[in-house]
Design a protein around this ligand. Structure first.
Ligand code: URA
Length: 265
């Protein structure tokens, strides 16, 4: 069947189509031929290149400092204990100095025959500015008194001189690390040379590490060794004895041995 459409029909059909397109939002006629946009290849606009961030300015390399070498030359320049104390206080390469309240150098009599080396100041020592004044220090005083030695003994021949590997308290009383020990060792060696005791006593692992180069106080205690040309007795640290009173037996044997050696030298 052939449908003949007259011009009025065409008019109304085209008008309906236009109205429908207007309803859809078409407002402009932009071309004579229709465009099938689904068939078009979608080409995304190329992303804009991200701006290249400016390179950060080069960080200047921190100069490498040999703190132990500086400590060695500062220690060597000290000709007496006051000079050594001043050189240590002027030493700026040990971070512990910044967290400590006091510089703790020594106690007792510098001319004593026995020099005792501990680890580092604890809280009480940091407050007082003197080594071994807390509970461990009080036990040390009782131990020394038992063999008639003391830091304030009337008889200079029975007096002791006391110092530590480190003059500044490590935070929370942690054990000094190897770098701190190595950095401060030249000062300790100079301290021993200037005090020039007859006998050395090293208490606990830290001074053993510093002066003997090894730890293992349980095996080493009670056996005399030579340190910087002097007889040296490793002993348990009094803080260890407070935690392990059973070890006081060995500590007592070491004290008797120290006393006997003092009478010989
Ligand atoms: N322990 C140490 O080794 N030294 C001190 O001065 C106090 C506690």
């Amino acid at each position: 069947m052939v449908v003949l459409m007259d011009s009025a029909d065409t008019y109304w059909r085209d008008r309906a189509l236009l109205e429908w397109q207007l309803e859809l939002g078409a407002i402009d006629a932009i071309g004579d031929a229709p465009v099938d946009r689904y068939a078009l290849e979608v080409t995304k606009p190329a992303p804009k290149p991200a701006p290249t961030p400016a390179a950060p300015p080069p960080v200047p390399e921190a100069p490498q400092v040999d703190a132990a070498a500086i400590a060695t030359s500062a220690a060597a320049s000290a000709s007496d204990l006051d000079g050594l104390s001043a050189a240590m206080q002027a030493f700026e390469h040990c971070e512990l100095k910044r967290g400590a309240r006091s510089f703790v150098f020594c106690d007792g009599q510098p001319a004593a025959r026995v020099m005792i080396v501990g680890e580092a100041p604890g809280r009480e020592e940091d407050r007082a500015g003197k080594p071994f004044v807390g509970r461990a220090g009080q036990l040390l005083d009782r131990m020394l008194d038992a063999i008639d030695l003391g830091r304030a003994h009337d008889d200079p021949a029975r007096a002791v001189y006391i110092t530590n590997v480190l003059p500044w308290r490590p935070p929370s009383n942690r054990t000094p690390d190897a770098a701190e020990i190595a950095m401060m060792l030249p000062f300790l060696e100079r301290h021993i040379a200037l005090a020039n005791p007859d006998l050395l006593v090293v208490m606990g692992n830290t001074p053993c590490q510093a002066l003997l180069g090894r730890t293992g106080i349980t095996r080493m205690r009670g056996t005399w060794v030579e340190v910087l040309g002097k007889p040296c007795l490793p002993m348990f640290h009094p803080a260890y004895l407070l935690r392990n009173p059973i070890a006081k037996r060995e500590a007592w044997a070491d004290l008797l041995d120290l006393n006997a050696r003092l009478r010989e030298v």
